[in-house]
Design a protein around this ligand. Sequence first.
Ligand SMILES: Nc1nc2c(c(=O)[nH]1)N[C@H]1C(S)=C(S)[C@@H](COP(=O)(O)OP(=O)(O)OC[C@H]3O[C@@H](n4cnc5c(=O)[nH]c(N)nc54)[C@H](O)[C@@H]3O)O[C@H]1N2
Ligand SMILES: Nc1nc2c(c(=O)[nH]1)N[C@H]1C(S)=C(S)[C@@H](COP(=O)(O)OP(=O)(O)OC[C@H]3O[C@@H](n4cnc5c(=O)[nH]c(N)nc54)[C@H](O)[C@@H]3O)O[C@H]1N2
Ligand code: SF4
Ligand SMILES: [Mo]
Length: 734
Amino acid sequence: MLLGRNTKNPIVMVDKKITEWTYSTCGYCSVGCSIEIGKNAEGKIVGSRGVGGADVNRGKLCVKGIFEHELFDSAGRGDKPIIREQIGEAYRETSWDDALDTMADKIRDIQQKHGRDSFAIVSTGQLLTEEFYTLGKLTRGVIGTNNYDGNTTLCMASAVSGYKRSFGSDGPPGSYEDFDHTDVLMAWGSNLPEQHPIIYWRMKEAQEKRHFPLIVVDPRVTMLAQNADIHLAVTPGTDVVLQNAIMHVILDEGLEDRAYIEANTVGLEQLESEVAKFDPDSASKVCGIDPDTIRNVARIYAKADAAMSIWTMGINQSTHGSDGVVGINNINLLTGNIGKPGGTSLSITGQCNAMGTREWSSCSGLPGYRALENPQDREDIAKYWNVDPEFFPKKRGLAETDIFPAIELGEIKGLWLVATNPMTSLPNTARIRKTLEKLDFLVVQDSYADVETVQYAHLYLPAATWAEKEGVFTNTERRVNIVRKATDAPGESKSDLAIFNALAQRFEQSAKMNFPDKPAAVFEEMKSLSKGRLLDISGMSHDLIEEKRGIQWPYTAEEAERGEEPLQGGKRLYTENGTFSFADGMAKLVPLPFIDNNEVPDEKYPYWLNTGRLVEHFHTRTKTGKIGNNNKYSPIPFMEINPDAARELGIQHQDYVRCVSRRGDAIVMAMCTQRVPKDMVFIPFHFFDCVNRLTLGLLDPHSRQPAYKQSAVMIEPIADQQAAAQMSRERRAF
Ligand SMILES: Nc1nc2c(c(=O)[nH]1)N[C@H]1C(S)=C(S)[C@@H](COP(=O)(O)OP(=O)(O)OC[C@H]3O[C@@H](n4cnc5c(=O)[nH]c(N)nc54)[C@H](O)[C@@H]3O)O[C@H]1N2
Ligand SMILES: Nc1nc2c(c(=O)[nH]1)N[C@H]1C(S)=C(S)[C@@H](COP(=O)(O)OP(=O)(O)OC[C@H]3O[C@@H](n4cnc5c(=O)[nH]c(N)nc54)[C@H](O)[C@@H]3O)O[C@H]1N2
Ligand code: SF4
Ligand SMILES: [Mo]
């Protein structure tokens, strides 16, 4: 058969004979792509496709979304609850009734002996919003522990904290549509083409039409940096110094927007006196960016009609994470770039529903961006749930990163992990292993039974995932989109919502409360609690959300009653002067002094260890590690190393090497690339028993988020390559 130019259609797509498509929203990242899941006449799920009419992705999906349906029959799923008395013993299968009775008894027992807060709950950014809301009600209103948090502390906590410090509330003010209006885009520690491929495509399309400059701040030459007009290879952990220097130039040269500052902000004088210390020549010595480049960037940004900044983990995962977010907001407030088309701060969120958990899970407060510290908020929620307001704590308890040390200290005796895998994702995993072993009772509720943390649990509860259940996610641009059920979960797995409800029934306190079992009924509760608040969703319904392929909040009942259609993108916050979420309506300009407190390379550990992600894998690979087309790209742990550094160390491309920090070691394959400078290596964090054996994870003082991206390591060549290959294979989770 002739192939190539000589045949009209050389590639033949296999007809999968799909007879039914179910509408859903992708369950990996926070871009929030609308996806359809295809079933054939035998009822088997065989395909996924992007939804053409959806504003977010306009028919496209990335390499994860396109194979997402394969996870329904992937290996390692749990199908029955399993239980054991002691770690190390074999698990035995048990019934749901027995599993949940035991769990409720253990929680009561631990709380009676050691106090209410001695049982901790750590959840995720990957449940449906209705599930988050219900878990919050169960935790705050029934179980009553204050040591309740989510893995968003590893992820978006610095953004949340920074938004609150600058604007008075969480909630990203911008939209993807801002790319269509901006005159300059600055991306801080964000590798869009790999981690948010469809946002990248939206950005790139806008840029090709209007040719605005792209400035990338990242110590690594990422794919985004390769496409940048200006790449600022900042010294790790020093973005705040660069931000202060940019503000120094703006104020020094009178490039600020005085009218905007007066109408919208307080704190200019204090900010001015702090940034006065950061002239570009001095700042350059710390942040590593040439002084003239700093001046050039400040001028381009401040002189643009509309300027926009996005950021992700390069900013958030730092000992200056919250400050880095405030720094971005400071620059945008100084230049009048909040709430206007193309002028905004837009945190690019991580997980599919990291926004939903911030809005509704009650992890750091109460539902609907309410605070435990606010008596009126406590009163309102207590009344709505029918609990005594005195049952609520008056301030938030420990963050995830403080819960683990509290287990070490013996203050916390029981832990419930819902949809998170800390044995791979927390820093310094050797310490986490010992910590988990100290627990009297550990419950792991996960879709996969082979997840690493199950090895340290007493009880494992199998959960349905993604389109095996129904409910909503909120994406990066505040768009609420719906996941519809396409298939049943394997075996006896239950939806997280059903598990929360069944556990609630086992506590007396829940008798006078309402725990609806239908996601749409839970959504009605959230709607009514959202009325009149920043995140008003009262005009939405599950059906309307599907019909519109996602709706951005706020969308109020009044707007819906007046017949106003929800906007197709482009909804912004703080568009009017003096409408920020502080009592006086003004945003805060916050001075940011800088103290370098990171672990930095030295003679013994001469390389920066930078960590992050790859396009084909998601997090701890419980899903993508089992999907052939994703796993094939990078089936084993590897390390990016500069060829000059490799040569000096006597390391060849594709040699196995030992990477060592003050915490532990990891065996990885060396991949020589100019992406990293000579004094840095980069290891993706997707692999079990790998990079998080090395990371230090110092915490940001405001957000308690770990600095995953700044540790120091040494590299050792390995003489016995065969043994190393064997070891690397054995340490592979799958
Ligand atoms: N394919 C894929 N996509 C994902 C995910 C996934 O696992 N796989 N996870 C999702 C989640 S939960 C998240 S949080 C996001 C993360 O999305 P990103 O934050 O874009 O991804 P990372 O690779 O963690 O880190 C981004 C960059 O930060 C840079 N960096 C390191 N140190 C510094 C520094 O000091 N300053 C600056 N400015 N930059 C620095 C790194 O070099 C890296 O290129 O991705 C989401 N999307
Ligand atoms: N070195 C380093 N470490 C990092 C990072 C880094 O950049 N560098 N990034 C950090 C960041 S930003 C994040 S977000 C964390 C992520 O860290 P984790 O939250 O630990 O990672 P996941 O693999 O996403 O874990 C989610 C778990 O939930 C399960 N699951 C999926 N869907 C469902 C469901 O519907 N119900 C239930 N019950 N279970 C479900 C999955 O099988 C999986 O085990 O990692 C952090 N760790
Ligand atoms: S960009 Fe994110 S939401 Fe869209 S298909 Fe890829 S993983 Fe899913
Ligand atoms: Mo994340």
